[in-house]
Ligand binder design. Structure first.
Ligand SMILES: NC(=O)c1ccc[n+]([C@@H]2O[C@H](COP(=O)([O-])OP(=O)(O)OC[C@H]3O[C@@H](n4cnc5c(N)ncnc54)[C@H](O)[C@@H]3O)[C@@H](O)[C@H]2O)c1
Length: 267
C-alpha cells in the first residue's frame, strides 16, 4: 500500500524476499540482530566458526513467512574462508542481498603485553570483513541487484578507553582492537564511495558498552558510571539500527556510522 507515490513505513522496513548473511550471529549481539532481520521477513544465513551452533541458531530464529533460515561455517581469519563460505551461502539460499559483518575473533591482551603477531592477527578481522564484503559486491553486480553491507564498528573506533574502567579488574580494552575498529569505520566510508554507483550501500554500526553478563561486574559498573545514560546497552537495542541500515528505510544513507552507544561518544 502506498500513500501517493511514496512507500509506506511498513514497506520501507519490510525485508520480505531478501536474504541476509549475518556473520558471528551465534554471538551475543549478532543473534539479536539476526532475529531482527528475520522478524522483518528476511531469510537469514547464520554464520559461526562452529557449524553445529550455527545450525541450531538458524533453527531458533523467528520465521514469519516460513522461508527456512540457513547456516554456514565461516572463519574470516582464514583468507580463503570468506569466498568459500559466501559461495556455500549462495548455493543454499540462491542469493544474498544484505551482509552484516559482525563476527569477531577477540584478543585479551592490552598494550602492556600484546605481541606483534597478536596485534597483526587482530587487524586481520578487518581483512575478513573486506574479503566477504567484496564477495557480496561481485555477486550483486553480476545480478544487477542492490545491496546493503553493514560493518560492526565500536565506540572504541571513535574514542580511547578510560584506563580507570579496567585498572585492577581486567586487561584494558586492547589497543589492537581500537586500531581495528577505527579502521573498520574508515573502510566503511571507502567502500561506500567506491561501490555507491553499483547500488551497494555500506554503513557501520558502532555499539557503545554492551558487556555480556559474564563480563567482570566491577568493570561493567565502572562503564555504567562513564555513560551519560548511566547504563550498558542490551542486545535488542541494536535491532532498530540494523533493520534501518539493512532496509529501504535507509535507501539514501551510505558511508554512515550509526552510533548506538547511550551517548558515550557525545561528551
Ligand atoms: N559487546 C560489546 O560491548 C561490543 C561493543 C562494540 C562493538 N562490538 C562488536 O560487535 C560485534 C559482536 O560482538 P559480541 O559482543 O556479540 O561478540 P561475541 O563474542 O558474543 O560473538 C562473536 C561472534 O563472532 C564469531 N567469530 C569468532 N571468531 C570468528 C572468525 N574467525 N570468523 C568469523 N566469525 C568469528 C563467533 O562465532 C561469535 O558468533 C563484534 O564485531 C564486536 O567487536 C561489541
Amino acid at each position: 500500500m502506498t500513500q501517493g507515490n511514496e512507500p509506506t513505513v511498513r514497506e520501507l522496513f519490510d525485508l520480505t524476499g531478501r536474504v541476509a548473511m549475518v556473520t558471528g550471529s551465534t554471538g551475543y549481539l549478532g543473534r539479536s540482530m539476526a532475529a531482527a532481520l528475520a522478524e522483518a521477513g528476511a531469510r537469514v544465513i547464520v554464520t559461526c566458526i562452529d557449524g553445529e551452533l550455527a545450525r541450531r541458531t538458524a533453527e531458533a530464529l523467528p520465521d514469519p513467512h516460513g522461508v527456512g533460515h540457513k547456516s554456514v561455517v565461516l572463519d574470516h581469519m582464514d583468507n580463503a574462508g570468506p569466498a568459500r563460505s559466501f559461495a556455500e551461502a549462495v548455493e543454499l539460499a540462491g542469493k544474498i542481498d544484505i551482509l552484516v559483518n559482525n563476527g569477531h575473533e577477540p584478543l585479551g591482551r592490552d598494550w602492556t603485553d600484546v605481541t606483534g603477531e597478536q596485534f597483526s592477527r587482530q587487524l586481520a578481522n578487518a581483512t575478513g570483513y573486506f574479503l566477504l564484503a567484496r564477495e557480496l559486491r561481485d555477486h550483486v553486480v553480476a545480478r544487477k541487484a542492490p545491496a546493503s553491507v553493514i560493518m560492526l564498528g565500536s565506540m572504541y573506533g571513535h574514542v580511547a578507553s578510560y584506563p580507570e574502567c579496567y585498572e585492577g579488574v581486567c586487561p584494558a580494552n586492547s589497543v589492537a582492537y581500537q586500531v581495528l575498529k577505527g579502521g573498520v569505520i574508515q573502510m566503511t566510508r571507502h567502500l561506500a564511495v567506491y561501490w555507491a554507483r553499483d547500488g551497494i550501500r555500506v554503513n557501520s554500526i558502532s555499539p557503545g558498552p554492551f558487556p555480556p553478563a559474564a563480563a567482570p561486574q566491577e568493570m561493567t559498573a565502572r562503564l555504567c558510571k562513564k555513560s551519560p545514560m548511566g547504563r550498558i546497552g542490551k542486545p535488542h537495542e541494536l535491532r532498530g539500527a540494523v533493520l534501518f541500515l539493512a532496509s529501504d528505510a535507509s535507501s539514501y544513507v551510505t558511508g554512515h556510522d550509526l552510533k548506538v552507544d547511550g551517548g558515550w561518544t557525545a561528551w
